[in-house]
Design a protein around this ligand. Structure first.
Ligand SMILES: Cc1cc2nc3c(=O)[nH]c(=O)nc-3n(C[C@H](O)[C@H](O)[C@H](O)COP(=O)(O)O)c2cc1C
Length: 169
């Protein structure tokens, strides 16, 4: 049986929600990671991946300039990094330098991949679509990487940005 409710109550039932970390280089060549809850695979053939950003994110301007981005599935142990990347802006922070997050150059695009992630996808921007207060950026996957060790993915497990593996022990 279903009970009618408001949007704010209904949407709280969505957890766990996957987290990805996208990395875009800014116009000065600084690689800037951003934590994203709203992302999805949008095509299998060709493989495509989409991330949703608000217009005010530093990453939004950067992606329009660089036209490419990587998407990482962070591992459970990367919770603190994901929170840092999701609460600091590349406008005034070099997030990789501040955290010491381990990175390697991407192979086919001008960005970086995250060494401790479960997987990384290199994407070339194909299109964008404004949907309400976010913009969906869809990219074609041109190279992929997976961790040689078996690792669990990181999720948001509840409201207020509780991340699995960080706040839920
Ligand atoms: C768990 C989590 C999920 C987030 N999901 C999104 C998202 O889907 N879209 C978005 O624009 N910002 C999202 N954010 C907020 C951005 O990561 C945050 O504003 C970040 O500081 C922006 O960085 P930038 O200014 O360097 O681009 C999320 C933050 C966290 C912690």
């Amino acid at each position: 049986m279903q009970k009618k409710t408001d949007y704010d109550t209904a949407i709280k039932t969505k957890y766990p929600e996957q987290i990805v970390i996208a990395v875009v280089k800014d116009k000065n060549g600084k690689a800037n990671p951003v934590t994203i809850g709203w992302s999805m695979v949008t095509s299998g053939q060709p493989p495509m991946f989409a991330i949703a950003l608000t217009p005010k994110r530093y990453s939004t301007a950067a992606i329009r300039t660089s036209r490419c981005f990587t998407v990482a599935y962070p591992s459970e142990e990367m919770g603190e990094l994901a929170l840092f990347f999701g609460t600091h802006s590349g406008r005034d922070t070099d997030k990789f330098a501040e955290t010491g997050c381990k990175i390697s150059p991407a192979e086919k695009i001008d960005s970086v991949i995250l060494d401790d992630a479960v997987a990384n996808f290199e994407c070339i921007l194909e299109s964008e679509l404004t949907t309400g207060d976010h913009i969906i950026f869809a990219g074609r996957v041109v190279a992929c990487h997976i961790n040689s060790e078996a690792k669990k993915r990181l999720y948001t497990v509840g409201p207020n940005r509780e991340l699995g593996g960080v706040l839920k022990k």
